[in-house]
Ligand binder design. Structure first.
Ligand code: ADP
Ligand code: ASP
Ligand code: MG
Length: 447
């Protein structure tokens, strides 16, 4: 079994859906995970905001606008009247449902239900098309088997439930399911956070013991820096699970922050491929990777970071101090990303400010507390063994002119992270890129 995931742009136009069908029609049995049509989830976020803040009129206006975009879509998607009529009925039903919410009673369960409609629409439309062209396709509802427990996917449950669903669905060549959406422990519709379809794919790959997980997107693999910010980036053909996990967690948008973990645990290789250029080599993430030339392999950046410094003389020679500090974050279910310590102070970062005030209130009992918001973590992934003399100097030298708030290395062999003010992010990414990939860029430009 193979698991293939196609992102929003890959199903974002009728002709793209046609192309996806052609790509997967090779006779090999597979589970295909689809995202919502690109732009739809953002529109659904806007609809939620309108229901919450502006009222029913504003919400309905946005719903009608989004609905109108789907009629030309299905007209171009289907060739037969029968499929078109079914597609129209589906769109009408889904959008009537979106219009049925009440701003007065509107709650977070309603919000999640609204967010789920994007993937429910795209998968239903796609399966209708696959059947129209005679493919042996069946829709398997993700809400039957994707389950979270306290916000995290429950892989044991998913593994059992997906086998059950596949059995019930009967034999088929192509199983299509929704990315991103799930149910939580209360049985309410929930999601795996933005970009979560990647996570669905790797969870399913692990659950179905797939021989390969393919993530199809709009770029030819993981690039060595953020191509939206830096020029002359290029794809990295091989990454280890650890390297890919660091890049995903520290901001490479191409992968959901947690999606490498299920594949890593189960050892299923993940390929990143380009729907717009299916022949391009892409990136393979696996246990077997060759070392790259030079120390750095890739750079990623994560914004909206808050840094907290706790200064306390009680830390001097004391044991249990960090435990008590970490407990505060644990109590508020707030993950810590980066940490550096000195004898009398500890600095750490968080990316979720929901409980910041309450956390700070408790931290004050340890000593004085300083907070810096609007920070960015820049993560440099590469070969940073202790034996690698000069690695830190090479990484820091290109950004010597920029003020750095935190520097962290030695935590893993594959990562050095730097925290700086977000206003300096672009300059840092460009400077690091030009220095650390100098030869590779020159070689590519000379080709
Ligand atoms: P999908 O909708 O297919 O999930 P995403 O938009 O989530 O696609 O991810 C692909 C996009 O991620 C690319 O178009 C690119 O702009 C952006 N991106 C950011 N960092 C990287 C990187 N290091 N390598 C490749 N793409 C990246
Ligand atoms: N549609 C969801 C989003 O836009 C999930 C995904 O695309 O992976 O975040
Ligand atoms: Mg994505």
């Amino acid at each position: 079994m193979r698991v293939l995931k196609f992102g929003g742009t890959s199903v974002g136009k009728p002709e793209r859906m046609h192309q996806v069908a052609e790509l997967i029609d090779d006779g090999v049995q597979k589970i295909v995970v689809l995202s919502a049509v690109s732009g739809t989830t953002n529109s659904l976020v806007g609809i939620n905001e309108a229901y919450k803040k502006e009222g029913i009129g504003a919400a309905h206006l946005l719903i009608n606008q989004l609905e109108a975009s789907y009629y030309p879509f299905i007209k171009a998607l289907y060739a037969t009247q029968t499929a078109l009529v079914k597609g129209q009925k589906l769109i009408e039903e889904k959008f009537d449902f979106l219009r049925s919410f009440d701003p007065i009673t509107f709650d977070s369960d309603d919000e999640k239900m609204i967010l789920a409609q994007g993937e429910l629409i795209s998968t239903n439309l796609f399966v209708l098309y696959a059947l129209e062209i005679g493919m042996d396709a069946v829709l398997i509802p993700a809400l039957e088997f994707m389950r979270t427990q306290e916000g995290e996917p429950d892989l044991d449950y998913i593994t059992k439930a997906v086998q059950q669903t596949l059995k019930q669905a009967g034999s088929a060549n192509l199983y299509v399911t929704q990315g991103y959406i799930c149910k939580n422990e209360r049985g309410a519709v929930d999601n795996l956070r933005r970009g979560g379809s990647d996570y669905t794919a790797t969870l399913l790959g692990a659950a179905a013991s797939a021989d390969e997980i393919q993530i199809w997107t709009d770029i030819d693999g993981v690039h060595n820096n953020d191509p939206r910010i830096v020029e002359n980036t290029f794809p990295i053909h091989e990454l280890s699970f650890a390297e890919a996990a660091e890049l995903a967690y520290f901001g490479a948008k191409i992968l959901h922050p947690s999606c490498v973990l299920p594949a890593q645990k189960s050892g299923v290789p993940v390929k990143l491929l380009n729907t717009m250029a299916p022949k391009a080599k892409g990136t393979i993430i696996s246990r077997n990777t060759s070392n790259s030339v030079g120390i750095a392999k890739a750079i990623a950046a994560k914004d909206n970071i808050t840094a907290i410094r706790i200064i306390s003389t009680r830390m001097l020679n004391a044991y249990g101090f960090l435990k008590r500090v970490f407990e505060v974050f644990e109590n508020y279910k707030t993950p810590i990303d980066m940490i550096t310590t000195s004898e009398v102070a500890v600095s750490l970062t968080i990316d979720d400010n929901t409980n910041l005030d309450a956390i700070l209130n408790e931290l004050i009992s340890f000593g004085s507390v300083e907070v810096d918001t609007d920070q960015t973590i820049i993560c440099i992934v590469g070969q940073f063994n202790q034996q690698q003399a000069g690695a830190a100097v090479q990484v820091l030298d290109p950004i010597r002119h920029l003020p750095l708030r935190m520097i962290s290395g030695g935590g893993s062999k594959s990562n050095i992270s730097i925290l700086l003010d977000t206003t300096n992010k672009k300059e840092a990414l460009v400077a690091l890129h030009e220095a650390l990939f100098k030869e590779a860029i020159a070689a590519r430009l000379a080709q």
